[in-house]
Design a protein around this ligand. Structure first.
Ligand SMILES: [Zn+2]
Length: 293
């Protein structure tokens, strides 16, 4: 059996029924996620590139969209040395509990990098889309010994899935990558260090779709939002009214010199516009830049 859904990490099988009952409650919004402001340990956020981040608070670490390789032209890239550090689970990328991959595009995910990381960090599990998990299965010689640590975030008919480890709770939420896109995209709601963060991946859902996906159901401390939501008046209410976070980390900004910046007049005008509209926007500009919240 492979690609088992929500297999409990490090769980005693005898507890599985009770734990699954707890997870079912969490999945419909009755979990014990902390309210915004009930702060535990500091939350350290390290930017990688595109929508890649390492979250670290207390004993918990989550790596999101950080296992990619060459990336995509016009978007963020990492040096080979930086990628080696991540894939070989060198500090600070050691002791990661969960690796989350929102979707299989090359600027977010690479199947071989994912296998290599799982071998380097035997405690980590990956939660991703079925498409990305199948790509790992096809690409990875070690799939047979790694498959129990590769989870599909959602069944085809589910809208929210959930898994947890001590104080760390991960919920997967279906948020499409474009109304007609064939690429599945997951948003993640992560409770870490007493804070609730959401990471939207490359979604293009409308404000109504954002609400229907349950993104207004829980207060959010920090939302990781692709920049296109911050400059489009039609999409903007998805952030300001539906998610309504305390802070917004702006994601997927094209790097300086990218052709994708020409329509905005460059990096500074684009970031300036976003910061003018959103006083609570946080922008990371360099790979491996860390901020503490
Ligand atoms: Zn994408």
């Amino acid at each position: 059996m492979f690609l088992r859904l929500f297999e409990m990490k490090r769980a005693n099988p005898a507890l599985a029924v009770a734990l699954l009952a707890t997870l079912a409650l969490a999945a419909i919004g009755c979990g014990d996620a902390a309210e915004p402001g009930s702060v535990g340990d500091p939350l350290e956020v390290t930017f990688l590139a595109n929508e890649g981040f390492l979250l670290h608070s207390g004993d918990s670490k989550v790596l999101i969209d950080g296992l990619f390789r060459e990336g995509v032209d016009g978007y963020g890239k990492l040096t080979l040395e930086q990628r080696e550090l991540i894939e070989t689970a060198e500090a600070p990328f050691n002791t990661v509990d969960y690796v989350l991959a929102t979707h299989l595009h090359d600027d977010h995910f690479n199947p071989l990098a994912s296998c290599r990381y799982l071998n380097a960090n035997p405690l980590a599990e990956i939660i991703t889309t079925r498409q990305a998990a199948e790509r790992i299965e096809k690409s990875c010689n070690d799939f047979g010994k790694l498959n129990t640590r590769i989870r599909v975030g959602l069944n085809e008919d589910a809208s929210v899935g959930s898994t947890s480890l001590d104080s760390l709770v991960i919920e997967s939420i279906r948020l499409h990558h474009g109304a007609t896109s064939q690429v599945d995209n997951l948003g993640f709601r992560v409770t870490i260090g007493g804070r609730t963060i959401v990471h939207l991946g490359d979604t293009q859902v409308s404000p109504d779709e954002m609400r229907a996906a349950g993104m207004a159901d829980k207060p959010v401390d920090i939302a990781f939002v692709p920049y296109w939501y911050m400059i489009d008046d039609d999409w903007l209410p998805a952030v300001t009214e539906v998610i309504n976070p305390r802070l917004i980390v702006v994601m997927h900004l094209p790097p300086e010199g990218s052709r994708h910046l020409t329509t905005y007049g460059g990096w500074e005008p684009l970031v300036g516009t976003i910061k003018h509209r959103f006083k609570n926007a946080v922008v990371f500009s360099q790979p491996f830049e860390t901020q503490i919240f």
